[in-house]
Design a protein around this ligand. Structure first.
Ligand SMILES: C[S@@+](CC[C@H](N)C(=O)[O-])C[C@H]1O[C@@H](n2cnc3c(N)ncnc32)[C@H](O)[C@@H]1O
Length: 197
């Protein structure tokens, strides 16, 4: 059953990631082929999963349906948490207001979702938070807006990360990147795992 976790730090609203505001829900959800994204990232193989930030629950709800455990969704915006909880009624979802940049995830999971968020001010710190949340063999699943084509939405071009840039940040956070995947029409995906070296 979808629940709001009572045990979260008090959020600091000044830490909202740059260019992370949301357009209207229906428009936002017209921009993704959600089943394709989740299939190409192999979401069904994971048990417990954490997500920053959940937004409208665009991915949270199908992820919660696909995995065998619980989806722990976090967002700094209480309205986004409320919407995700509303849509997730009856599913195994916890949704909490939390500034993940400041406090990390506070859970241990098999996968962390960083969807449309790695244009943040401190990407290596965010990847370290994600790495700290992973159980053995866990993965960080990333999608982001392509930076090589015009897109109908997304952060400013100068702060959009290229997959090669994410791979460099990942190595600084003790993670290693696999091959990128295409997620048409507007996105790419990348899977990170904890580096052996
Ligand atoms: C661009 S939206 C992406 C939402 C979702 N991942 C998706 O792709 O549909 C970014 C979300 O991150 C949330 N956010 C921004 N800064 C945050 C922070 N420091 N901690 C947690 N959530 C944050 C925003 O409120 C927003 O809902």
């Amino acid at each position: 059953m979808a629940t709001s976790s009572p045990h979260h730090p008090k959020p600091c609203l000044t830490m909202k990631i740059r260019d992370s505001g949301m357009p209207e829900e229906t428009f936002w959800e017209s921009l993704f082929d959600v089943p394709l994204v989740l299939s190409k990232l192999g979401i069904e193989r994971f048990h417990d999963v954490a997500e920053l930030g959940c937004g409208y629950g665009t991915f949270s709800i199908p992820v919660a349906k696909a995995i065998s455990g619980t989806l722990h969704a976090f967002d700094i915006d209480p309205a986004m948490v409320a919407r995700t909880l509303q849509r997730g009624a009856g599913l195994r979802i916890t949704a909490s207001v939390r500034d993940v940049m400041e406090f990390g995830f506070g859970v241990r999971v098999d996968a962390v979702l960083l969807f449309n968020i790695l244009h943040c001010e401190r990407p290596v710190a965010l990847l370290q938070h994600a790495s700290n949340a992973l159980s053995e063999g866990g993965k960080v699943l990333i999608i982001h807006w392509r930076c090589d084509i015009p897109t109908p939405r997304g952060p400013a071009a100068q702060i959009r990360p290229h997959p090669d840039q994410i791979a460099i940040w990942a190595s600084e956070a003790g993670l290693k990147a696999g091959d990128g995947v295409e997620l048409p029409p507007w996105h790419y995906g990348l899977i990170l795992e904890i580096s052996d070296t």
